[in-house]
Ligand binder design. Structure first.
Ligand code: NAD
Length: 280
């Protein structure tokens, strides 16, 4: 059921993940990250998405601690994601990177650990390390990010465990139709990064019209569009009123016509790098 911020989807290993979470890319370490995370938890968010490369795991960890204290929730009520960075890929280096992320976050397990990008020649060893962490029950779920269909096909040839998640750029300008179809067939839950296209869609006339009709903001329409497409979403904000706004998406439904109009915006265009040509 999709009722509120605590609503979850069951992943392919039975673990439940909230449909909506807070993203913290470009959020500064220290009080900025801590405040954003605490604010989100106090306002009902249960899922936080960070990564080693965001360099804010310590602040996020602090925010988790403060958020739990303020709400009386416990660690198991939250769903925390981090990602292994490209320069740490490989078997032993990934095992170490995971431990280091845990230390910075001040946690003793993650709910989800992702391969951040498909580094050629390395991502299979990295995946074996994630499988080890999973089998040793050090992490509840493992997945990938920025994998195209051909990366997934290649990984699946050798994988013992099918990734639970593929987190990729997804918004009305990049509808990822083939990749979504492939993931669905394989039981890999699709998750959107830059769902709001990093702010690039707020002036779009079609989205504005749909938003006005429902008495909602463009951000809310896009987040709702994710949910109605069965896509987990992690919009980023550090401002309390936007953190709250982005969570108020459970009291309206986009019509078939709305969905068709939004589908017409797809241009297969990206704000981030293409996983076939990234150079970092
Ligand atoms: P986003 O699409 O979530 O957009 C964020 C921007 O929109 C910010 O500038 C924010 O101030 C603004 N915004 C948010 N809510 C708003 C609202 N209601 N009204 C007006 N403006 C609003 O961009 P993002 O941060 O790139 O993506 C979300 C998250 O996805 C990241 O924080 C990160 O956790 C994750 N991510 C992952 C990868 C990856 O490679 N796996 C890459 C990029 C981002």
């Amino acid at each position: 059921m999709l009722n509120n911020l605590q609503s979850t989807v069951e992943l392919n290993n039975g673990v439940k993940m909230p449909w909506v979470g807070l993203g913290v890319f470009k959020v500064k370490d220290g009080s900025e990250a801590a405040n954003a995370v605490t604010t989100a938890i106090k306002n009902g968010y249960r899922s936080i998405d960070t990564a080693f490369v965001y360099k804010n795991e310590e602040g996020v960890g602090q925010g988790i601690k403060e958020g739990l204290k303020a709400t009386g929730l416990s660690r198991k009520d939250l769903f925390v994601t981090s990602k292994v960075w490209n320069s740490d890929q490989g078997y032993d280096t990934t095992l170490k990177a995971y431990d280091d992320s845990l230390k910075r976050l001040g946690l003793d397990y993650l709910d989800l650990y992702l391969i951040h990008w498909p580094v050629a020649g390395k991502y299979k060893d990295t995946w074996r390390a994630l499988e080890t962490l999973y089998k040793e029950k050090k992490v509840r779920t493992i997945g990938v990010s920025n994998f195209h269909v051909h990366h997934l096909e290649d990984l699946l040839k050798d994988a013992e465990i099918v990734p639970a998640i593929n987190q990729v750029e997804f918004h009305p300008r990049l509808a990822q139709i083939d990749l979504r179809h492939f993931c669905k067939k394989q039981g890999i839950q699709f998750e959107a990064w830059s769902p709001l296209m990093q702010g690039g869609l707020f002036d779009n006339a079609i989205l504005k019209e749909i938003a006005e009709k429902h008495g909602k903001s463009v951000a809310q329409v896009i987040i709702r569009w994710d949910l109605q497409n069965g896509v987990i979403t992690i919009p980023k904000s550090i401002k309390e009123h936007r953190i709250i706004e982005n969570s108020n998406v459970f009291d309206f439904t986009l019509t078939k016509e709305d969905l068709e109009q939004i589908a017409s915006l797809n241009e297969d265009s990206r704000v981030g790098s293409n996983p076939d040509t990234f150079n970092f």
